[in-house]
Design a protein around this ligand. Structure first.
Ligand SMILES: Cc1cc2nc3c(=O)[nH]c(=O)nc-3n(C[C@H](O)[C@H](O)[C@H](O)COP(=O)(O)OP(=O)(O)OC[C@H]3O[C@@H](n4cnc5c(N)ncnc54)[C@H](O)[C@@H]3O)c2cc1C
Length: 410
């Protein structure tokens, strides 16, 4: 008999996990996937393209209905899981039913952080996480409307790009002194800012929001330094937090996310967590690649292989506001590291490679990111790069076929 396996969450991690598990152990488990959103799993990364009108929402589905059916997976979407009973080994659903499990996988993703500032409850204040948010944004912010985006990280810039392409007049407010400070160094951030501004988006740095103002709906945003910016809508994109309440309520250990070990198992035996809801070795990853790696490792383990998840090298390979950006590893460069820089602002290309003890430990690429994954492989493998150091910044094609460099005497 197949073992009952329930997955809570029907997002990117869940879909990849179902795919990987069905390739390895089809038939061993009777899989049921419970998803709160009333639709098939979709590629959340493409939401800004949907917002921009570049892609239809129907085109971002990860797998068609038939794919799930053909693998015998029971899909319950549009249905929220409301409680887990680890002892009785059941999951309660919002429709009153209950699903038994022998294994449970939590893949509940994240929730947008909502700052505690006056005005957050006004109509016209929107977050940006799922397809519903896009309908709301379209409803509230049409062509010519003034939209303030709070947050100049990846999400905020993606929202700003989508809104500007749809014809809105967009201002991005960012608390820090440069955009995407968690992924980019100062030079790359400056280049990104110029590229974003060229799209007609206004950027205000070191902008600390005091309140969102309006009588019955949003009318503007006031900063702590007294400046005000008029707005017909405000998109709040200041970050995410792991969606871990279900696990916490069931007595499962939760810190910043649902704590998992290298077997991706929570504090409750047979209950696992993957994707943005999981915290592994103190890290909650907010990107899709670690979620995919975790899905692969967990599928391997549930298929009987003795593999472990050792964490992911933090790498970001993005198209932000239409510009290619890549960063990985220790891109800021700790003490004792060396940097190779290649910068051509005219061409809009910038590369910074950080080296420690003859190995690549970090990289930032702006504009030309074609070699990003190769640099990531070098960082992950810890390969000795001395023999190709001369041409490393010019990319794989040149570096791998270059003669060894001559070292200058110190
Ligand atoms: C606009 C946008 C752009 C992004 N761009 C990038 C990018 O360029 N690169 C990148 O690496 N990452 C990007 N990300 C992040 C990426 O989408 C996430 O890392 C990825 O979706 C995480 O997958 P997940 O399955 O953990 O969470 P999700 O995809 O969020 O899936 C979680 C699902 O669980 C459901 N759920 C939650 N609680 C319950 C419950 N109690 N019962 C049933 N269902 C429940 C939720 O409704 C949701 O559908 C972006 C995110 C957004 C929003």
């Amino acid at each position: 008999m197949s073992e009952p396996l329930v997955v809570i969450g029907n997002g990117m991690a869940a879909a990849r996990f179902a795919d990987e598990l069905s390739k390895r152990a089809l038939g061993r488990y009777a899989i049921a996937v419970v998803g709160e959103e009333p639709r098939l799993a979709y590629n959340r990364v493409l939401l800004s393209s949907v917002l921009a009108g570049e892609v239809a929402s129907s085109e971002i589905e990860l797998k068609p209905q038939a794919w799930w059916r053909d693998r015998g997976i029971t899909l319950r979407y549009g249905c929220r899981a409301t409680a887990i009973d680890p002892q009785a080994r059941t999951v309660a659903l919002a429709d009153g039913r209950s699903l038994p499990f022998s294994r449970l996988v939590l893949a509940t993703g994240s929730l947008p952080i909502r700052p505690q500032i006056p005005g957050m409850g006004l109509p016209g204040v929107i977050t940006f996480r799922d397809i519903n948010d896009i309908w709301t944004i379209w409803h509230r912010a049409g062509a010519g409307d003034r939209v303030v985006v709070i947050g100049g990280g990846l999400l905020g810039l993606e929202a700003a790009y989508g809104l500007a392409k749809a014809g809105a007049r967009v201002t991005v407010l960012h608390l820090m002194d440069r955009l995407m400070e968690r992924q980019l160094d100062a030079q790359a951030a400056r280049m990104l800012q110029r590229a974003v501004e060229r799209k007609g988006i206004e950027i205000v740095l070191e902008a600390d929001t005091a309140e969102i103002s309006g009588a019955h709906r949003v009318e503007g945003v006031t900063l702590k330094d007294g400046r005000t910016i008029a707005a017909d809508a405000v998109v709040v994109a200041i970050g995410i937090r792991a969606n871990a309440d279900l696990a916490r309520d069931a007595g499962i250990a939760v810190k910043r996310g649902i704590v998992v070990d290298d077997a991706l198992e929570t504090s409750s035996a047979g209950i696992h967590a993957i994707g943005e809801c999981a915290e592994h070795r103190g890290i909650c990853y907010g990107l899709v690649e670690p979620a995919h790696e975790q899905a692969r490792v967990l599928a391997d383990r549930l298929a009987g292989r003795d593999v472990h998840y050792a964490g992911s090298v933090l790498a970001t390979n993005l198209k932000v506001s239409g510009v290619n950006v890549f960063s990985a590893g220790d891109f800021l460069g700790a003490d004792g590291t060396e940097e190779i820089l290649l910068s051509d602002p005219g061409l809009g290309v910038y590369k910074k490679l950080v080296i420690a003890d003859g190995r690549l430990v970090g990289a930032v690429l702006f504009g030309d990111t074609a070699d990003g994954l190769w640099y990531l492989e070098l960082i992950r493998s810890g390969a000795d790069i001395e023999s190709m150091r001369n041409d490393l910044a010019f990319g794989r094609a040149l570096a791998e076929h270059a003669p060894a460099p001559t070292r200058l005497a110190a």
